[in-house]
Design a protein around this ligand. Structure first.
Ligand code: C2O
Ligand code: CU
Length: 651
């Protein structure tokens, strides 16, 4: 069973616990002793089931159960046992002759219900890591609920004991409420909780040394080369960001945000060693724009992170990006300002860099960015292409959306030559396999054109691109392929293994990122956020590294959504997924999909100084808090340092 399935099961059992204990309490309050006794037994059994589900889940990693093991479950078990001891005998005794409400029994059962509820809510709203503050609040909530219940229930002996009983109870209640209230206040003031107003630690060292006292370099000095490399040329572009009505290839008109009035924006190509120079002009995008070169390891000052590497470019403003095209491969660019809206509306384009001296005019080289406009999946670049049999074909697939896409190539066998722009080591020929492309990711597929047609289907024919060897050439299965049942290629076991380029056991720093949903501050306001280690942007501590460090990330997904993790400025080497080492070609990626319940280990060399965004590339998730910074020791930013959140932060 997958960890995600176990997580869902545990949540279901936790919810069942709440229902069972409430049902037992309410039934007893209704003086139906027989059914109440049966429900008590059922609630005890469900509680036992919860203990089992937590124990099984614990086998998948401490991150998945920490708050349950340390607090949720013990609290539930104690309350359940107390309820059984108090209510059980009373229910048995009264099964024969029902009398007035048994306050003690009902309160005991309902207190178990509150404990079950608190345990459920704890996981749902707080999660990992459990902090003292949230633990105290949670613990205090249960007796507080019990006391309120005592007050709310009619007392069977109210007439007889008006003189002494209630008064005594009132005093102790007051005291108890005072204690509980105090605990809540202490808890709220406690540090470390995601909702805490106090910022807590602003930097983590990952086990490496802290900041050294050396002269600081601002990111503004980390700029790209001014001249092309030997044999290279200067490739100058002006990109103007503006609103425009754009006709999609389907014929539909959309109100888009564009570079130069087109979606995708102008295609930027270069040959290795060329100088790419792009003047970004903002015509009328009020939110502001920047250009981020996704997957391209530019010097940090060219990275386009507003508020971190530059000020956002406001309407009427401009910014010139300049860097040498040293990496060959398939990349893309997009704005990094309010990107959850702006990229979706069209502020993106492709960046393709060809290796020097390797351009064959006889090749068919197609760049196919996939993007969803108003719920319609589109592939730019044309739905039909002609390629005589034998033509070497390269398809560059780019996912510019926030969700993964499934690609299936029918009618030919093929190789995945490159992932995220980086070549794989001797990738094998495959066919009838689907490819899942994470948000932001790229795959280059290569094959020799067969004498029959070939079809590339996205999301099982939400969109399709066809290649034909010639007009009137015979069709193959590619005319109407059913690709839904094709298994997904596992890139961690694809290609030829090579000695690992990086040794994780020699890491200088190790950071763990636990991804979840929960209550946290995001941009200064409380939210049901997408969190990293219980916090939201910008209060997630910076990860500090020093130039030359070997850095390791453990990325854990506790949530029920996929998180395509993306570090700027560096490709990362995939070491393992769910404890299983990568066994194929060394796999360097800039985005890796951490699916619900998965644990990924990746590593990289800190060789590109800067202050780098490190975030989920489901852009709405990043906007909801799932974004932090990786900061090199000695590098500073004059732009405030907090990635600007939206128009209100624009300059
Ligand atoms: Cu393509 Cu920070 O992202
Ligand atoms: Cu995400």
């Amino acid at each position: 069973m997958t960890t995600a399935t176990l997580t869902i099961l545990d949540l279901a059992v936790a919810l069942l616990c709440v229902v069972a204990w409430f049902a037992a309490g309410v039934t007893m309050a209704l003086r139906r002793a027989g059914p109440a006794l049966a429900l008590l037994v059922a609630a005890l059994l469900v509680t036992l089931a919860r203990a089992v589900s937590v124990a099984v889940l614990a086998g998948r990693g401490w991150w998945f159960v920490q708050e349950k093991v340390l607090l949720g479950l013990p609290m539930l078990v104690v309350a359940a046992l107390a309820a059984a001891v108090v209510a059980g005998p009373r229910l048995r005794a009264r099964a024969a002759q029902p009398a007035g409400i048994d306050v003690a029994g009902v309160v005991a059962l309902l207190t178990a219900a509150y404990a079950a509820l608190a345990s459920f809510v704890l996981t749902f709203l707080i999660g990992y890591p459990l902090t003292l503050g949230t633990a105290l609040i949670t613990v205090a909530a249960v007796p507080a609920g019990a006391l309120l219940t005592v007050r709310a229930l009619p007392r069977p002996d109210q007439a007889g004991e008006r003189e002494s009983g209630p008064e005594r109870a009132g005093v102790s209640r007051r005291r108890f409420l005072g204690v509980a209230g105090g605990v809540v206040v202490v808890g709220a003031a406690g540090t470390g909780a995601g909702l805490s107003v106090r910022p807590g630690a602003t930097v983590t060292h990952g086990g490496g040394h802290g900041p050294a006292s050396r002269a600081a370099v601002p990111v503004t000095e980390l700029r790209g080369a001014a001249a092309p490399g030997p044999g290279g040329v200067r490739r100058a572009h002006v990109l103007t960001a503006r609103k425009a009505t754009v006709r999609l290839e389907s014929g539909r008109d959309i109100d888009a945000w564009t570079f130069d009035g087109t979606v995708p924006g102008p295609r930027i190509t270069a040959t290795q060693g060329d100088l790419i120079e792009v003047r970004l002009v903002n015509h009328d995008i009020d939110e502001g724009v920047t250009l981020h070169w996704h997957g391209y390891d530019v010097p940090c000052g060219e990275d386009g992170a507003p508020g971190v590497t530059q000020d956002v470019v406001a309407p009427g403003g401009e910014f010139v990006y300049r860097f040498r095209a040293d990496q060959a491969g398939t990349y893309w660019y997009h704005t990094h300002q309010t990107s959850h809206l702006a990229v979706r509306r069209g502020l993106y384009g492709v960046l393709v860099v060809h290796p020097r001296g390797e351009q064959d005019p006889g090749h068919l080289d197609l760049t196919l960015p996939v993007h969803t406009f108003d719920g319609t999946v589109t592939i730019s670049g044309g739905a039909e292409h002609l390629a005589p049999a034998g033509t070497p074909v390269r398809l560059r697939l780019i996912n510019t959306d926030s969700e993964p896409h499934r690609f299936a190539l029918a009618g030919t066998s093929f190789r995945v030559a490159a992932v995220d722009g980086r070549d794989l080591d001797r990738p094998g020929e495959i066919s009838r396999h689907a490819l899942r492309l994470p948000a932001g990711g790229r795959y280059d597929l290569v094959f020799a054109m067969p004498s029959t047609s070939v079809a590339l289907a996205v999301d099982d024919h939400a969109a399709t691109v066809r290649l034909r060897p010639g007009a009137g050439a015979p069709d193959s299965e590619a005319s109407a392929p059913d690709t839904t049942g094709w298994p997904e290629l596992d890139l961690l076991a694809y290609g030829t293994p090579a000695p690992p380029p990086l040794r994780a056991d020699a890491a200088d720093r190790h950071f763990t990122l636990v991804l979840d949903r929960g209550l946290a501050m995001v941009d200064g306001a409380p939210a049901f956020a997408q969190t990293v280690n219980g916090r939201g942007h910008p209060s997630i501590p910076d990860q500090l590294v020093a130039e030359g460090d070997l850095v390791r990330f453990t990325v854990v997904n506790r949530s029920l959504e996929t998180h395509p993790w993306h570090l700027h400025g560096h490709p990362v080497l995939v070491l393992s997924r769910d404890g299983k080492p990568a066994s194929g070609s060394p796999l360097w990626v800039d985005t890796f999909d951490v699916r619900p319940g998965e644990v990924w280990e990746v590593a990289f060399r800190a060789s590109n100084p800067g202050v780098w965004m490190n975030h989920c590339h489901n852009l709405p998730h990043a906007h909801q808090g799932m974004m932090l910074r990786l900061r090199y020791d000695g590098v500073t930013t004059p732009f405030g340092g907090s990635h600007s959140a939206g128009p209100s932060h624009a300059h």
